[in-house]
Design a protein around this ligand. Structure first.
Ligand code: GLU
Length: 282
């Protein structure tokens, strides 16, 4: 008797803006790609507001409005009932803490007291293309009996561990822990999760099958794959969108107000004409 093949897993994508400013053309292109890839499946909007100092609620209503104006629709998101609510990351802290505790039980995190300056001074200078120096391992040998304490925790990478994956847009990718990145933060001094921990915890909990994000996050993806491995979880597929640059070849950032969706709209652009720009801009 032949076995039935397993049913195909339905596509679940997400867009995960941080409310630290207005969305610009670069975000819009990445989010539009995420929306298109999720057609026929489910798209989740997740408000990544864990950084208390930089996030503002007015930017949440602004991105909801801008995304809707552009024509993006989602099935689950902030303010909506849903199987994975809440969709505001700042309200998911208990879940994030459970993930930290599970890493702690496996002996994979250590408390770190290094300041940014100490790390900068004792680490080898970052080489080109790397966004920060590799952590020099100063606190690696430290431990505390419980993860439920205020303070800064780092995930201990295995030096030399290779992280390779097939990116759906960019093809084969390969990074080496301890060389391309070092032990990275999973919990912050102000007792909030780091981006890496929160994003893995939430993508896994929300059953995301493919992550669409900007190519600036490739190294983060490599770190996140190590977290999936450590937690015994299967990582989603990844699709990294090439970054958009301005007329001077500079990467777009939220400070490029002229290219914010708000400003383009104010200057009379329609959603269609903004979407047409995605194709033209490298
Ligand atoms: N919230 C992150 C950001 O706006 C991106 C999250 C992601 O796609 O993983 O940069």
């Amino acid at each position: 008797m032949s076995r039935l093949p397993p049913p195909p897993v339905a596509y679940r994508g997400r867009i995960a803006p941080s409310p630290t400013g207005f969305l610009h053309l670069g975000h819009a292109r990445t989010f539009w790609t995420a929306f298109e890839r999720a057609r026929g499946g489910t798209l989740i909007l997740r408000n990544e507001d864990i950084d208390r100092d930089r996030c503002k609620t007015e930017f949440v209503s602004a991105f909801v409005e801008d995304l809707q104006w552009l024509g993006i629709r989602w099935q689950e998101g902030p303010g909506m009932e849903g199987p994975h609510a809440p969709y505001d990351q700042s309200r998911r802290r208990d879940h994030h803490l459970r993930v930290l505790e599970s890493l702690h039980r496996r002996g994979l995190v250590f408390p770190c007291t290094c300041s940014r300056r100490e790390i900068r001074e004792s680490a080898a200078a970052p080489h080109e293309g790397r966004e920060e120096p590799v952590y020099p391992g100063t606190c690696r040998g430290k431990s505390l009996p419980t993860a439920d304490v205020h303070g800064h925790w780092r995930f201990r990478v295995t030096d030399g561990e290779v992280v390779s994956f097939e990116d759906e847009a960019l093809g084969p990718q390969c990074f080496t822990a301890g060389k391309d990145f070092g032990d990275f933060p999973v919990w912050r001094k102000d007792n909030t999760p780091s981006y890496q921990l929160a994003v893995v915890a939430d993508d896994a909990a929300m059953g995301i099958t493919e992550v669409v994000r900007g190519a600036d996050l490739l190294l983060s993806t490599a770190r996140q794959i190590l977290l999936y491995r450590a937690l015994g979880l299967v990582p989603p597929r990844f699709y990294h969108c090439p970054l958009m640059t301005d007329a001077h070849g500079l990467r777009l950032a939220k400070r490029h107000d002229a290219l914010s969706l708000r400003e383009l709209r104010r200057r009379g652009h329609s959603p269609e004409s903004v979407r047409a720009l995605f194709a033209q801009t490298p």
